[in-house]
Ligand binder design. Structure first.
Ligand code: KG4
Ligand code: ZN
Length: 348
């Protein structure tokens, strides 16, 4: 298999492993960008009945699937560990019991193969999704250009980071309460929609009017922070009002109006930050970046080139861990086999 890319950086192939939450994933990446194989086993169906991720169930399921997933990633690549240069694994943040499964698997493989182990921050991984492209495309797409303004929007995080170079972040602001994805998940539950809430709200919104209800937008002027708890409470209050009057919930209108408020705040603040810090491009990453309205709104503005990855790279995957791992590997990072997981681990 010819897997050469034109990257001027040192060549290296990295096996990535991700198990921080409810996806068990492995991938092989060449030169930090070229995706050779990518396997993800989602546990969504297992957790749906609990209305959220059940940590104990998650770690047990990771144990059941992780070796098969790693095998599959190598098989799809038509490679073995001897074709790799390093093993990158998510070290944190995430659920401790879930992280440990990926970490121990990576350590076992590193020990058996003699390959170096590289621990990666999951948030950094989400950012590096923007460097990834399928290896078989005819031409390597341009990489994001620094300085970048990165909006990281996932189930656990919502933050703005100024990225001045590879692996160099300055966190400008973050959510003071709920993460955007968490707000989607909580509001979906209020509206009786299935877990995970983001895709459910997006689907319900398609039939709704985003202007039906005017929900608060916490602008938090003078800071780069976000807040979504007031918005969630406003939805809750309305839901109670409908229930008290014994009226059916206008789910589609509520979902669309909620989604519009979240997207408005995220896009407005990111563009303002991009202008203020005079960046070249914007990068949007994390599970919520799969949201259709968020994507369309970012792509519709003309001020900045926006990197917003294809859907299969938005939610948790190991391609992003292998990509970030590559940049850490070529910078010289080598972790010991007693590396601990970090359930809480800020990016900067
Ligand atoms: O990045 P991710 O897969 O896991 C974390 O690292 O948290 O993000 C999961 C979050 C969930 O809160 C989920 O509801 C949200 O991403 N999400 C979405 C969409 N798809 C996933 N939120 C809004 N619209 C979507 N289409
Ligand atoms: Zn994630």
């Amino acid at each position: 298999m010819d897997t050469k890319t034109t990257s001027p950086l040192p060549p290296a192939r990295v096996l990535g492993i991700e198990s921080s939450c409810d996806e068990t994933a492995a991938a092989v990446i060449e030169n930090g960008r070229g995706l050779i194989s990518n396997t993800v086993a989602s546990q969504i169906d297992l957790h749906a009945k609990y209305g959220g991720v059940f940590p104990e169930v998650a770690s047990r399921q990771h144990i059941r699937t992780i070796y098969a997933i790693v095998d599959q990633a190598l098989q799809q690549a038509h490679m073995t560990l001897s074709d790799m240069d390093a093993i990158a694994v998510t070290r944190g943040p995430g659920l401790a019991g879930s992280l440990v499964v990926g970490m121990n698997t990576a350590k076992g493989l590193a020990l058996a193969s003699g390959l170096p182990l590289v621990g990666v921050n999951h948030l950094e991984g989400h950012i590096y999704s923007s460097w990834v492209y399928p290896i078989d495309v005819p031409k390597e797409p341009p990489a994001p250009e620094f300085p970048l303004m990165a909006l990281l929007v996932s189930g656990g995080h919502t933050e703005l980071n100024l990225i001045t170079d590879h692996l160099t972040y300055r966190r400008l602001g973050a959510t003071l309460d709920d993460a955007a994805g968490e707000a989607f998940d909580k509001v979906a539950r209020l509206l009786g929609l299935a877990y995970p809430g983001g895709p459910s709200i997006q689907k319900a919104s398609a039939e709704g009017n985003p202007q039906a209800f005017t929900f608060p937008r916490a602008r938090l002027e003078g800071t780069w922070d976000f807040s979504f708890s007031g918005l969630k409470t406003a939805v809750l209050r309305l839901v109670h009002q409908f229930e008290e009057k014994n009226q059916p919930l206008p789910v589609a209108d509520l979902a669309a109006s909620f989604q519009a408020a979240v997207v408005d705040v995220l896009v407005t603040k990111t563009i303002k930050a991009a202008e203020t810090f005079k960046v070249k491009e914007i990068l949007v990453a994390g599970g919520v970046s799969a949201n259709k309205v968020l994507r369309e709104t970012f792509l519709a503005q003309k001020g900045f080139q926006v990197h917003i990855h294809p859907l299969y790279l938005c939610t948790d995957n190991a391609a992003m861990i292998a990509a970030a791992g590559y940049y850490r590997f070529i910078k010289g990072q080598r972790d010991d086999l007693d590396l601990d997981v970090l359930p809480t681990w800020p990016l900067s």
